[in-house]
Structure formats: C-alpha cells, structure tokens
Ligand binder design. Structure first.
Ligand code: IPD
Length: 296
C-alpha cells in the first residue's frame, strides 16, 4: 500500500545517501591511485567500489527487508541471476556511470535503486553524491528532486513543454559498450539523421545530442525537463528500473520500442512497461508526452 511504499522510500533514500558516502571515498581513492590509467583503457569498466557499494546496499536491505528479492548489477555479473517474481524486488545499480566514476567526471555518477512489485517498477531513488542531487519517485505519487539539504521539488521543474517534433528536442543518446564496428556505424548514422541538416534529418533536426554516460541520470534529466528524450539500445534492468518510475511520474513515456525515434510517428503507442522491458535489454525511449499535434 501507499504507506508502506512511503516507508520503503525513506529507507531507500537513507541507503542511497549511505552508498553515496562510500562512492565519494572510493572516488578519492581511485583518483589518487596510479592504476586508474589501466582502468581507463577498458570500455566496460568495473571497480572494487561497484562491488563494495552493492554489498553495502544488499546487506542493509537484507536486514530490513529480508524477504524482498534482490537484483544487482554486480551480483548478476558474478552469476547470481534470480528469476523475477511477483514479490517485491530491489533492483540496484551500485554505480551507474562507472566510466564517469573512474575518470572523475562528477556530473553523471550515481547510485540507482528501484523497487519492482508484481513485475512493475513502483519506486525509484537515484542519488548523485557529487552534486548532491537526489531524485525520487513512487508510482502514482509523483517524482521529486532534492538538492543538497533543500526541500523536495516536484518534477518536472518547469511546466512540461510539449514536444512538437524532434526538431525542438535536446536528446540524450549513449554510445554503449559494444564497440563492434557494425553497431557503432548504425548508431552513428542514427545520430547523423538526428543532427544533420535538412538533407538527412528531413525537417526535424534536433537542437542537439548529449551523452551523460549514465542511464539513470539521463532518465532523471528527462524527468527534470532538461532533456526532451533519451534513447538507448541495450540497457540492463538496473540501469532503468528507478529511472522508469521517476520519469513516468514526471509525465514521461517509457517504451521498449525504438519506433518512436525511428519514425517520429505520433500514432506510435508507447506501451506500459512490461517485464520484458525490465529483463529483456530491449530498446528504451523516453520523451515528454506531446500535448499538441506533432509536425510530420
Ligand atoms: C551504463 C551507463 C551507460 C549506459 C549503459 C549502462 P554502468 O551503466 O548507464 O550510460 O550507456 O547502457 O549499462 O555500467 O555505468 O553501471
């Protein structure tokens, strides 16, 4: 029920702040070691702090919610792959934006903690300890940004601009970790179609593209209103679980189909998030709900 979700939210916020403290310590340690350069050579980075933060989060959850399920990026990578049931299940990315974390790029390094119930994401907390930006959301109860020790501000921060067409949009995209040339070529040509002049973008040249390097922060920025849209192929559930709630509660649409971006067709129905979206590494699209007819 509502009261229960509110108390889980309080717990999760405290947990995210605790994890944030560990991330800050980790960042200091990493930036002052020499093997940071070796780490920077890999495209799919993981640090001891990803593991340490996940262990911290997991053990705190076990103490308070021993019967809840747990899906975490690091335990998943090391082979613990529980089936998604109808039971409440935490879904955690201990450090989203690990590449930023390793490089000391503070704008998009965060912890993302989502709660799934009956296979739907129902609660999300995303915390960037470097900026002290805390994004929270509960299904049906809105989403909020709290900066530092300030008061929670309802999202989106400004009344949402309709998205009349891609030509007015600031779009978040990501390069991903698959650097196979066919994949990178396909992505690059999508980006060219979005950014290029009339001859390729057909009258819907985007204002610009951004890559924050953190799926959770991209979702949060759509919720806040800074991005109009975020498009990525191949996210994992822990990248998106908390962000889905936060973005949807701010009026965003989340879909597992790339059709919206590919066609910019307003008749494409964004569908409700399904377990396949959470578990299937499908395409993700978020955008603000259009409330005016779109240009074609
Ligand atoms: C990654 C980041 C990145 C996105 C990838 C994610 P990680 O998560 O969110 O921006 O492009 O899809 O897997 O590895 O930093 O936790």
């Amino acid at each position: 029920g509502h009261t229960e979700l509110r108390s889980i939210l309080t717990f999760t916020i405290n947990l995210a702040r605790m994890a944030g403290t560990l991330m800050l310590e980790g960042s200091q340690a990493i930036q002052s070691t020499s093997d940071v350069n070796a780490k920077k050579n890999s495209v799919d980075l993981v640090t001891e702090y990803d593991v340490a933060v996940e262990n911290l989060v997991m053990s705190e959850i076990k103490k308070v919610y021993p019967n809840f399920g747990f899906i975490g990026e690091e335990s998943y990578s090391s082979g613990t792959r529980p089936e998604l049931t109808d039971e409440p299940t935490f879904c955690v990315d201990p450090i989203d934006g690990t590449t930023n974390f390793v490089h000391g790029f503070p704008f998009a390094t965060c912890i993302s903690i989502g709660l799934i119930y009956e296979k739907r994401p129902v609660l999300g907390v995303i915390y960037n300890p470097f900026l002290e930006y805390l994004y929270t959301g509960i299904e049906g109860q809105g989403s909020y940004l709290t900066r530092g020790t300030g008061q929670p501000m309802k999202l989106p921060l400004a009344s949402p601009k309709p998205l009349p067409s891609l030509s007015k949009a600031l779009i978040a995209v990501e390069w991903g970790s698959d650097r196979g040339v066919p994949t990178i070529n396909k992505k690059s040509s999508s980006f060219v179609r979005l950014l290029g002049d009339e001859s390729v973008s057909g009258g819907r040249m985007a204002h610009s593209l951004r890559s924050l390097g953190s799926a959770a922060m991209n979702f949060s920025m759509v919720a806040q209103g800074g991005f109009d849209l975020y498009w990525e192929i191949g996210c994992w559930p822990w990248d998106v679980c908390a962000g889905i709630v936060i973005a949807q509660e701010a009026g965003g649409v989340v879909t597992g189909s790339h059709a919206v971006l590919a066609t910019a067709d307003p008749s494409v129905d964004p569908f409700k998030v399904t377990p396949e979206v959470l578990t299937g590494r499908k395409y993700m699209v978020i955008r603000k709900l259009p409330d005016t007819p779109q240009e074609t």
